[in-house]
Ligand binder design. Structure first.
Ligand SMILES: [Zn+2]
Length: 359
C-alpha cells in the first residue's frame, strides 16, 4: 500500500494519511487555480476537502468505537483519496454485532447532517445557492451538508464490503448462516462493483477506483470466510509440518546458510533441549552473511521474538491470524515442547486438500 503519515491519535486510534491523499489535494489546488480561482478560493476549497475528510474520520470512528464495545480493537484508520478505511482487528462474527458496527458509520453522517441542517437557509439548486463557492459560510455548510447526505446514500448501496453490503450480509446471516450469507452478499457486491467501474469510466475516475476496491474486497473476504469454514473443527496437529530442518544455538550462520540452500524451508527454527528458542529467517541469514558474520553462532543473530501456536489450537484461528501477517510462520508447541512448524503454505495446502475432498 505504500507510505502513510500519522495525522493524529483519537481515542487511542491512529489516524493515518495515505500519501496519495496529497496527490488529491495537489490536484484540487491545481484545478481550482486553472478555473481562475484566487488565493482565498483555493484556500476555501482546501478547507472544504479537509472538513469533508474530517467527516470521513468521524464516520470511521463510528465503526471503530462501536466495534470496541464488542471487544474489537482498531489497528488504525487510513484516509485514502477514495475515502477512509478502519482496519479492525477482526469483523464480528455475530451478525447482530456486525449490523451495529456497519450502521454506526453512516449514523455519524446522519448526525452531522442533522447538526448542519439549521444553518441551511435555502435548498435552491447548486448554481443559484452558490454551492461550490466554499468561500461563503452558506456555500461551505450547505456543501458539507450535501456531502454527508451523499455519504449516507452511497453507503446504503448493498455492495459488500461497503457498509450497506455488510448490513445485508448481517441480515442474511441471521437466517442463512454466515457462509451462505457471505457468498450471496459478495456476489452482489462484485456485480455492483462492475457497475461502478463501467459507470465511473464515463463519469468519475474515483468511482472506478471504488469499484475495483469493492470487487477485490468482496472476493477476498468471501474466500476467507469459506476457508475458515473449511478449516472448522481441525487443529494445528493435523496440518503442521513434522519434516523440517532445525538448528542448534551453537550452529554457525554458515551452517544455517547451507541448510537453507539444501532444503525448501524458508525459516529455520533454533531448538535447544526440545524448546524453540529462536528463529533464523532467510532474511536474517542473508543479512548476517553480508555483514561478514558467517562464523558467528546463530544464537547471536537469531530472532528471539516469534509467535508460537499450540498443537491443539484450532486451524481456523491460526488461518485468521496468518491472513493478517506477512510470511506467517509459527513453531508448534505441545506442553511447551517443540513439535513442528506451521506456515502459510502449509495452511494453503491443507485448504486445497479439504476443498478437493469436499467436492
Ligand atoms: Zn463505513
Amino acid at each position: 500500500m505504500g507510505r502513510s503519515f500519522l495525522l493524529a491519535r483519537i481515542a487511542g486510534i491512529k489516524i493515518l494519511l495515505h500519501w496519495t491523499f496529497l496527490l488529491l489535494l495537489g490536484f484540487i489546488v491545481f484545478s481550482e487555480i486553472r478555473r481562475g480561482g484566487d488565493a482565498p478560493a483555493v484556500l476555501a476549497t482546501v478547507g472544504f476537502v479537509v472538513a469533508l475528510f474530517g467527516c470521513v474520520v468521524l464516520h470511521e470512528l463510528g465503526h471503530s468505537l462501536t466495534a470496541r464495545r464488542y471487544g474489537i480493537k482498531t489497528h488504525h484508520i487510513t484516509l485514502l483519496p477514495i475515502g477512509g478505511v478502519a482496519s479492525l482487528e477482526r469483523i464480528p462474527e455475530n451478525p447482530r454485532q456486525e449490523l451495529w458496527v456497519a450502521l454506526a458509520g453512516p449514523a455519524v453522517n446522519v448526525v452531522i447532517a442533522l447538526a448542519l441542517y439549521p444553518f441551511i437557509t435555502s435548498f435552491a439548486p447548486f448554481s443559484e445557492s452558490g454551492i461550490g463557492n466554499f468561500a461563503t459560510s452558506q456555500g461551505f455548510l450547505h456543501s458539507l451538508f450535501r456531502v454527508n447526505v451523499a455519504l449516507v446514500v452511497f453507503n446504503a448501496i448493498p455492495a459488500f464490503p461497503m457498509d450497506g453490503g455488510r448490513v445485508l450480509r448481517a441480515l442474511l446471516a441471521m437466517r442463512l448462516g454466515r457462509v451462505r450469507a457471505t457468498t450471496i452478499a459478495a456476489g452482489l457486491g462484485k456485480l455492483i462493483a462492475v457497475g461502478f467501474v463501467f459507470f465511473g469510466l464515463f463519469n468519475s475516475p474515483f468511482l472506478v477506483l471504488i469499484g475495483i476496491f469493492v470487487y477485490f474486497g468482496a472476493h477476498s473476504e468471501n474466500v476467507a470466510v469459506q476457508h475458515v469454514d473449511l478449516l472448522h473443527g481441525y487443529t494445528v496437529r493435523q496440518a503442521m509440518m513434522t519434516n523440517f530442518v532445525t538448528l542448534a544455538p551453537t550452529d554457525t550462520v554458515q551452517v544455517a546458510a547451507d541448510k537453507l540452500l539444501s532444503g525448501s524451508d524458508q525459516d529455520l527454527i533454533v531448538v535447544e533441549n526440545e524448546r524453540a528458542v529462536g528463529v533464523m529467517t532467510r532474511l536474517l541469514i542473508i543479512e548476517s552473511l553480508r555483514a561478514n558474520r558467517a562464523a558467528v553462532p546463530v544464537a547471536e543473530v537469531m530472532s528471539r521474538e516469534f509467535e508460537t501456536v499450540d498443537i491443539g489450537a484450532g486451524l481456523s484461528g491460526v488461518y485468521d491470524h496468518a491472513q493478517r501477517t506477512l510470511n506467517a510462520f509459527y513453531p508448534v508447541l505441545e506442553n511447551q515442547r517443540f513439535r513442528g512448524v506451521i506456515d502459510q503454505n502449509n495452511i494453503d495446502e491443507f485448504l486445497k486438500i479439504r476443498a478437493a475432498l469436499a467436492q
